[in-house]
Ligand binder design. Structure first.
Ligand code: CO
Length: 163
């Protein structure tokens, strides 16, 4: 396993629509292991493959106190409600913003063994699922900030969970 360098805005890989994984082979296993190690090394709660320069539909999430979730080709299949959240992204260092996210989401994906999984999440997990799947479509949370005053430059270390 290895920690891979994080890509920051305006790296074009962050704006690409990532490609579906067609075969969960050893290179995907290595990518997943490296992404988990990288996410932990930077104390993130989620990481999408484009953030380490790989334009494939792979993401990992680890909510504090929860298990690692590996998502291959994830899709949101249902979302409900709305809540205002503070959000920050490892690829947009030094900022946080106020945006709207779903209160609840249901996602389908494959796990690292290729099994079909269904996952429901609320609160931070719903936020992380939407944030990481956004990354796979080349969307960043800053695109969802409704007005410039809702994007804040941080003067100290981030207190926000970074995704
Ligand atoms: Co992010």
């Amino acid at each position: 396993m290895a920690v891979r360098p994080i890509r920051f805005v305006p790296d074009p890989v962050l704006r690409q629509k990532a490609k579906k994984v067609t075969s969960i082979d050893s290179s995907i296993q290595r990518l997943v292991d490296d992404m988990i190690e990288t996410m932990r090394a930077v104390s993130g709660v989620g990481l999408a493959a484009p953030q380490v320069g790989v334009p494939l539909r792979v993401a990992v999430i680890e909510i504090p106190g929860g298990e690692v979730i590996v998502l291959i080709n994830p899709e949101v299949i249902k979302r409900e409600g709305e809540r205002v959240v503070e959000e920050a992204c490892l690829s947009v260092p030094g900022y946080r913003g106020e945006i709207k996210r779903s209160a609840w989401v249901k996602v389908k994906a494959r796990d690292r063994h290729g099994r079909n999984v269904r996952l429901k999440g609320e609160e931070l997990l719903a936020q992380a699922l939407e944030h990481e799947i956004d990354h796979l479509d080349g969307t960043l949370y800053i695109d969802r900030v409704e007005s410039p005053d809702k994007l804040q430059k941080l003067v100290s270390e981030p207190s926000q969970e970074e995704l």
